[in-house]
Write a protein that binds this ligand. Structure first.
Ligand code: VGL
Ligand code: ZN
Length: 211
């Protein structure tokens, strides 16, 4: 199996039950990313998992805004925010990783979205684009310069993570067959365009490289 250089990390975004079929914010085919990601894991010297981890009553939930329905928009102090069905509530089964996702090769699990009033799509910054998760420091301390991203959902957490990573100076590739999208009002096409404009490479996992 081809191994990636030691300065390349695999970042696995939010492969949790609520984003898989049957979950509270199910992404079509969400569970199909699991075997793709499991196969990739052994090829990296650094593997990080992220976990969407909201307190009950999180302000990104439509239920926290009387009169609002899931998938409507609202304004937060940091800008427009999609209102989601309640999902990935701390300690609930839906917040668990998919049971078939290999977690033992992971070196770090980074939780995000736990501040009640601010959503966090990106693995690096919350949605104010300022509050850091500390993933950048972890990767810097390990000498990581290059990232491969996969997980859920392509057009939200993967997209924001990829664009932030590119902005921080990492070389970023998204393994597209290791991702699935929510695709709300054209958000997948918008996400692909924004990632490409940010210098993120989109590639099938079979074409990622390694040596
Ligand atoms: C996500 C919406 C809300 C994601 C997380 O993981 O893409 N999307 N919370
Ligand atoms: Zn969330």
């Amino acid at each position: 199996m081809l191994h990636f250089p030691d300065d390349t990390a695999l970042i696995v975004i939010d492969v949790q039950l609520d984003f898989c079929p049957g979950g509270a914010l199910a992404v079509a085919g969400g569970d199909e990313v699991v075997p793709v990601i499991n196969r990739l894991m052994d090829r990296f010297a650094t593997v990080v998992l992220t976990q969407d981890w909201h307190p009950e009553g999180h302000l990104s939930f439509a239920a926290s805004h009387p009169g609002k329905a899931p998938f409507e928009m609202t304004e937060m102090p940091y800008g427009p925010q999609v209102l989601w069905p309640e999902h990935c509530v701390q300690g609930t089964p839906g917040a668990e990783f998919h049971p078939d996702l290999r977690t033992e090769p992971a070196h770090l699990v980074i939780r995000k979205g736990f501040r009640p009033a601010i959503d966090s799509y990106s693995a690096f910054f919350e949605n104010d684009r300022r509050t850091a998760t500390a993933l950048r420091g972890y990767l810097a301390d390990r000498g990581v310069r290059s990232l491969v991203l996969a997980g859920l959902a392509t057009d939200y957490c993967v997209r924001y993570s990829a664009v932030d990573a590119a902005r921080l100076g990492f070389q970023v590739t998204v393994a597209e067959d290791g991702c699935r999208a929510i695709d709300l009002a054209g958000s997948l096409a918008e996400a692909r365009a924004e990632m490409q404009a940010s210098g993120v490479r989109l590639a099938p996992s079979a074409a990622l490289g390694g040596h």
